[in-house]
Write a protein that binds this ligand. Sequence first.
Ligand SMILES: [Zn+2]
Length: 237
Amino acid sequence: MRIHPTVIVRIRCAISNCYLVIGERPLLVDTGAPGDLRRILRALSAHQIEPGRLSLILLTHGHSDHAGCTAELKRRSQAPVALHAADVPLAQAGRNGVLAPTSPLARLARPFVDEPFEPFVPDLAFHDGFDLAPYGVRGRVLATPGHTPGSASVVLASGEALIGDVLRGSLVVPNAARQHFFCGDPELNLNSIARLTREGLLRCHPGLFGSFPGSALPRFMTPIGEVMDLSEQPAPF
Ligand SMILES: [Zn+2]
């Protein structure tokens, strides 16, 4: 059987990243902020992908800088939209809900990133272990709550992962991971980071700034930055 290599294309939007994941079929992970539509359509076009060829629009969570163009992209592509069930209320309201800052800087930035978006109803409200094989990509979606109740991460068979806002990259330091500016439930987020760590990931592609190696995850697993003993083996794919 011929295994199709999976290609990850980062689409830099006004605030956050979207990703085009191209396997046997292409799927789009996240849809940017309201106003990012042209950027996303340009990226699709650069890879000769008509919107109608997208097998799925998958959202890592229901914030406006990740779900902002979902309604318009669904109209153009007719692709089904998938979102974790716990973030469906955000999508239906077209609002971020509570953005809890993790630093004084984030508190200052909050008014500038907290914008409403066109509401929508997802076609698929998944929970955990959502299999992407029917959509042409070898991978699955894990529930990684904390940033929002319905935050989720795409874990590809290649060992790469698209982790939404579980952590962010650094704007200035290549390959560095940082705590995200906002986190609804820090304790839950630590559990999600631990879960991703157990996956033995090679590379993490965050929703904000650049990617970093999976080996950067463990130092975020405790509130004081201690590295924990990881004797538990990664779950089989
Ligand atoms: Zn977010």
